[in-house]
Design a binder for this molecule. Structure first.
Ligand code: CIR
Length: 256
């Protein structure tokens, strides 16, 4: 069986200056972040991905959060237009690196969209409307996705960076999510494992069926294990200091 591709982006020296909503801004140890990044890559490989590492130019501290720069829809790669102006330039290098492997489409101004707001479950894209993704970004993505027979569903998000900060899929019909950030009815028809009392609920569904969960999220690990899934953990504390989780650190071809 062919292994799906996952693209990651290297941790630049400037990573210590990545955007963060954590206050006061924590010190980020770049050497430790690189070590954690290596272990994250090893988990993706163990879980069944073929990982390819793209270089992050020095002027993009948030470059390792590659998920936000593009959305895979089968053979089409939608290059986003991040809502964070400092991140817009990241998209170019990702498009250039992947141009040979997919048909490229782009979100154009005044649209904004970040991949952290795009959650694929089964044949649908749930798109978070957040401080980073606007109605026009959703509209443009909807047009592109419709050409592939994929439907989008808008999910207004409260008090979270992205939709996938608070809701992610553990399989093709089951979510894990934190209550209070979106209207529960949006996900009617899907099974949801609710995680009360934990703000970040971001897990990564590996091709071998295991679920990768941050080492810091012990309640989340208990709930997912209790629901019968096999769990693998990895410490990404330095990335959590910059508001990142697990999905944001890779762009996965099997997400679309
Ligand atoms: C940012 O604020 O854009 C980055 N520091 C964190 C992005 C995390 N992305 C994601 O969860 N998809």
């Amino acid at each position: 069986m062919t292994r799906p591709a996952a693209f990651v982006r290297s941790v630049p020296d400037s990573f210590a200056g990545a955007l963060t909503g954590v206050s006061p801004a924590p010190d980020i140890d770049v050497v430790h972040a690189r070590e954690q990044h290596r272990r994250y890559i090893a988990c993706l490989e163990q879980g069944g991905f073929d990982v390819e590492i793209l270089d992050t130019p020095a002027d993009f501290p948030d470059g390792p959060f590659i998920e936000d720069t593009a959305v895979y829809l089968s053979g089409t790669l939608v290059l986003t237009r991040p809502g964070a102006p400092s991140r817009r330039g990241e998209v170019f290098g990702v498009g250039e690196a992947l141009a040979e492997r997919a048909v490229l489409r782009s979100i154009e101004p005044p649209g904004t969209l970040e991949g952290g707001d795009v959650l694929r479950v089964g044949g649908r894209l749930y798109v978070g409307l957040s401080s980073r993704t606007n109605d026009e970004g959703l509209r443009q993505l909807t047009v592109i996705a419709a050409r592939q027979g994929i439907e989008t569903v808008a999910v207004p998000v409260r008090n979270a960076l992205h939709l996938k900060s608070v809701a992610t899929a553990v399989d093709g019909e089951t979510l894990v999510a934190a209550p209070g950030h979106f209207d529960r009815d949006v996900f009617a028809g899907l099974r949801t494992l609710w995680v009360d009392g934990q703000n970040e609920v971001n897990v990564l569904n590996l091709p071998d069926g295991r679920v990768l969960i941050p080492a810091s999220k012990t309640l989340l690990q208990e709930i997912v294990t209790g629901a019968g899934y096999r769990v693998l953990t990895v410490d990404v504390s330095e990335f959590e200091n910059a508001d990142g989780g697990l999905t944001c650190l890779s762009l996965r071809a099997n997400d679309g």
